[in-house]
Design a binder for this molecule. Structure first.
Ligand SMILES: Cc1ncc(C[n+]2csc(CCOP(=O)(O)OP(=O)(O)O)c2C)c(N)n1
Length: 276
């Protein structure tokens, strides 16, 4: 991957497939972190089908770009992207959240394509900084892309990692912050305000942009622009909508963990097909 001219129509189709896979997983088990998976599908499509250098048949290829999913419970989205990319079989998605499955509700590094075990929030950026430093010491060109949530900005360890990333001038490190304005206990601004975000990341020494995280063309543009900035790590703040593409989830008040009646999944599927 990593072409210079993204085929936006193709990436949109991939994002829709990722959303279809998310619904398939959640419908099977009746519940899941659906809003997060749907909200982040556009970023995952842009990364896995345009930007990331990886080999689906050789996941330990040392020159691969690393995608570090800091937020373990967002793994439903990553499973969907990895299935779409041919890394895990699509049928395996039906085991999401089942006992003994490789696809746990909070992702682990034993799942193919996962670089770290998530679950305990706030540790992904530190690991990404370590990976980026290690790659530089090994004189490899690989980049590190880390996805973190707005809730993880409530964790002090995230800011320690941000400081270190700037200190070491890790310009092959890209952090995406999913600002869906929700944490488990309610709206982020009410639980603990994190704004003004762009100014904070700038003050920590990062090259910073803020974009609509549900517009694929904005995502590919932002990554292309970030790659031109040298000697600084890159923060791309994504304003996203939880449940994007399925109206009944977009408009839900309680978004963190979704459990709906069996018959409602059919409606969700219809709404997704009618959207975008
Ligand atoms: C260190 C740590 N503290 C608390 C939790 C419990 N917890 C699970 S999800 C969550 C907040 C979720 O907010 P965010 O990460 O923004 O995700 P979203 O709202 O998009 O699901 C919390 C506090 C945790 N997993 N790890």
């Amino acid at each position: 991957m990593n072409g210079n001219n993204p085929d936006i129509a193709c990436l949109k189709a991939r994002a829709k497939n990722i959303r279809r896979h998310v619904l398939r997983m959640a419908e099977r088990v009746g519940q899941g972190y659906v809003g997060q998976g749907l909200g982040i599908a556009d970023l995952l499509a842009a990364l896995y089908f345009h930007e990331l250098r990886y080999d689906a048949k050789r996941l330990d290829w040392p020159e691969r770009d690393r995608f570090v999913l800091s937020i373990g419970h967002y793994s439903i989205g990553l499973y969907a992207a990895l299935a779409e990319a041919g890394v895990i079989p699509i049928e395996e998605l039906d085991t999401y959240g089942a006992d003994g499955s490789r696809l746990e509700m909070s992702g682990s590094e034993f799942t193919p394509g996962f670089e770290m075990t998530g679950g305990s929030l706030g540790h992904g950026l530190g690991q990404a900084v370590g990976m980026a430093l290690g790659l530089r010491l090994d004189a490899r060109d690989a980049r590190v892309f880390c996805l973190l949530s707005d809730g993880e900005l409530h964790e002090g360890a995230t800011w320690e990692a941000a400081m270190a990333g700037a200190h070491y001038r890790l310009d092959h490190l890209f952090a995406f912050i999913d600002c869906n304005n929700q944490v488990a206990d309610g709206p982020t601004a009410q639980v603990m305000n994190i704004e003004p975000l762009q100014l904070k990341w700038q003050a920590f020494g990062w090259d910073t942009q803020r974009i609509n995280g549900n517009r694929i063309e904005d995502i590919t543009d932002a990554i292309a622009r970030a790659k031109t900035a040298r000697n600084q790590p890159h923060a791309i703040i994504l304003d996203t909508l939880m449940g994007k593409g399925v109206t009944m989830f977009e408009n839900r008040e309680k978004q963190h963990f979704i459990r709906v009646e069996a018959r409602e999944w059919e409606l969700a599927r219809k709404q997704l097909e009618a959207s975008l």
